[in-house]
Design a protein around this ligand. Structure first.
Ligand SMILES: [Zn+2]
Length: 232
């Protein structure tokens, strides 16, 4: 029977089908002086089908429905409970979110969920869903997505193009340049001096041009200078 249990643990961590993976846009551009995203940044998005500000990266995640379905498949008796309740017996909120205990296959692990910016009656549903997702991750559910999303977020922070079509070719070229000792920010600056457009708006031809430009770059001849270190 031990084998069967091993299989169920493996099943928990199984990759999700493409159709179960949702895209969450995260704005990476500038905000105005009041800290808001300027209105003219919003556009319809072909990639995720939403209407949101650009530039952005899309984080991949599995929605509440996909996570609960996976838990049901692996252990129909899975269960969650709030870690703390208030004097009325209702789940206690801390810092706009809630700690839960998720029990799967007889093992209990903690998770924390917040409202992900939602308000009103949807907020509590979101908090529960997010807490279950977060705790399920500690059982290996969808962790490979989080790793990739974190990397994408970091790349967006240093201003590199996203690792997805059509920008992935440009990003690959930047990776190659980095291995030759060319700084990624120098390479992007060089490209932008020749293609004076926001790089998140590059069309196919501009991306091809960017790739050629980056591939033509050689490291500066300063062997005594310490090499610039960039985490990629
Ligand atoms: Zn989108």
């Amino acid at each position: 029977m031990a084998d069967e249990k091993d299989d169920r643990w493996k099943q928990l961590a199984k990759p999700f089908a493409k159709s179960e993976i949702e895209l969450l846009p995260k704005y990476t551009g500038q905000k105005d002086s009041t800290g808001r995203i300027p209105r003219d940044k919003y556009r319809a998005c072909k990639e995720c089908g939403g209407y949101h500000p650009f530039p952005c990266v899309h984080l991949r995640y599995v929605g509440h429905a996909g996570i609960t379905q996976r838990l049901n498949e692996v252990d129909p008796l899975w269960n969650w409970e709030p870690v703390a309740t208030d004097q009325n017996g209702l789940p206690m909120m801390t810092n706009g979110g809630m700690w839960i205990r998720l029990t799967v296959l007889g093992v209990t692990r903690l998770g924390f969920g917040d409202a992900q910016g939602k308000q009103g009656p949807n907020a509590i549903k979101e908090i529960i869903g997010d807490a279950i997702r977060n705790a399920a991750m500690r059982f290996g559910v969808g962790t490979y997505l989080w790793g990739k999303s974190d990397k994408d977020k970091h790349m967006a922070e240093i201003g590199a193009p996203p690792d997805e079509p059509p920008f992935d070719l440009y990003r690959d070229a930047l990776e190659r340049a980095k291995h030759r000792g060319v700084s990624v920010s120098d390479a992007m600056e060089f490209v932008e001096s020749i293609i004076p457009r926001p790089r998140e708006e590059y069309e196919e031809l501009e991306i091809k041009c960017a790739v050629m430009l980056v591939d033509s770059m050689q490291p500066p001849e300063q062997p005594d200078e310490p090499e610039e270190v960039e985490t990629f």
